[in-house]
Design a protein around this ligand. Structure first.
Ligand SMILES: NC(=O)c1ccc[n+]([C@@H]2O[C@H](COP(=O)([O-])OP(=O)(O)OC[C@H]3O[C@@H](n4cnc5c(N)ncnc54)[C@H](O)[C@@H]3O)[C@@H](O)[C@H]2O)c1
Length: 331
């Protein structure tokens, strides 16, 4: 079997995770790493050609695709460099930290007829897939409203974490809520219709800009979501609860990646849903990688894939607009 040859661009904490995933996957092969900071090179990268310039990496290697694991700023120059070689790209979320910029990146790749898949690894979690199955089974009926709570004290100064969220605008929304909004769209199978939101930063926050998000999101299919997300709750253990009230009962997920159950209206007990064994940050990324290399083979599918992330990013954008104006935003 011919392996898919990949160049990994961006060798920060996320890129280092990607290297292990690519190496472990029998269908893929890493042929080069590129990071503008050569000091990021470590013992795991020793036998792999290492470049500080993407143009050089592309010129000297013959990849089939790119994993772009850089921070979400100014990605156009890298997209253009890769487009010269007609390369599909799997890019880390969020595509950009500005909706207009994200739109121009997607438009560019669409014009080039090239795949630009954004890595939303949470879509591959057993809790995500089982929730979709449960909704489709109609055991608890049709979802109508939901409460999504993610309260976390994120230590942005930890060595293993990226530092730019400490200084950027709306770090919670662009870096974290984007995962949640994407899951909301993915699981409830609908795009957002309206958004009303407030954002703030608590006085003890280590982040320069808002880490608290409160949003009411209404989807096109009528589901209403009450969203609370933050990165500076003042308690070091994470509090997660995602509850969906449906016509015949409720679905509750009590942990970020597990603890999924449902209860029918007249039942006295919750029924636990058994989830497949899963190694977080590894199995999810591997499924995402497999999806990417499968999509690489399908011609003419790029527009649907490329445009998809915009429908999640627009919720982030609407939260910012709503918080700024005090108005409900119609999408
Ligand atoms: N999906 C997830 O679960 C998940 C988890 C963590 C991070 N991420 C995302 O991954 C991306 C990277 O995160 P990180 O934590 O590794 O960030 P980081 O800032 O810690 O590291 C990024 C690395 O990219 C390098 N770099 C920057 N611009 C470059 C360029 N143009 N070409 C080559 N190298 C460049 C930097 O030198 C750095 O080594 C972000 O978009 C982040 O949101 C996703």
């Amino acid at each position: 079997m011919k392996k898919i040859k990949l160049i990994l661009v961006g060798y920060g904490p996320r890129g280092k995770n990607w290297l292990q995933i690519i190496k472990k996957n029998k269908k893929t092969e890493i042929i080069a790493i590129c990071d503008i900071n050569e000091k990021t090179k470590d013992k795991y990268a020793i036998d792999i050609p290492f470049y500080s310039k993407i143009s050089q990496a592309l010129l000297e290697s013959k990849p089939h695709g790119i994993i772009l694991s850089t921070p979400p700023f100014n990605r156009m120059k890298d997209l253009k460099a890769c487009a010269k070689y007609r390369l599909p790209i799997l890019v880390e979320k969020p595509l950009a930290v500005n909706f207009k910029e994200a739109l121009s990146l997607v438009n560019f790749m669409n014009q080039q007829k090239l795949l630009l898949m954004v890595g939303l690894n949470f879509r591959y979690l057993p809790s995500t897939l089982e929730k979709i199955k449960l909704i489709k089974s109609k055991k608890v009926g049709k979802p109508h409203f939901s409460k999504f709570i993610y309260e976390r004290w994120r230590d942005g100064k930890l060595k293993r974490l990226n530092k730019y969220p400490l200084y950027m605008k709306h770090p919670m929304l662009w870096e974290q809520s984007i995962h949640h909004f994407d899951l909301i769209r993915f699981i409830y199978n609908s795009n957002a219709k309206t958004v009303f939101a407030t954002t703030s930063n608590p006085p003890w926050s280590m982040y320069k800009h808002h880490t608290n998000v409160n949003a009411i999101i209404e989807l096109n299919n009528g589901i209403q979501i009450n969203y609370i997300g933050n990165w500076q709750s003042n308690c070091k253990s994470i509090n997660f609860e995602w509850r969906t009230d449906c016509t015949k009962g409720v679905i509750i997920q009590k942990k970020q990646f597990s603890n999924l159950s449902y209860r029918k209206l007249n039942s006295t007990k919750f029924k636990n849903i058994k989830l497949k064994k899963f190694k977080m940050w590894s199995d999810d990324a591997n499924h995402l990688l497999l999806d990417f290399i499968n999509l690489m083979k399908i011609k003419n599918n790029y527009i649907k894939v490329n445009n998809d992330h915009l429908k999640s990013l627009i919720i982030v954008d609407a939260c910012i607009k709503s918080a700024k104006t005090g108005k409900k935003i119609y999408l």
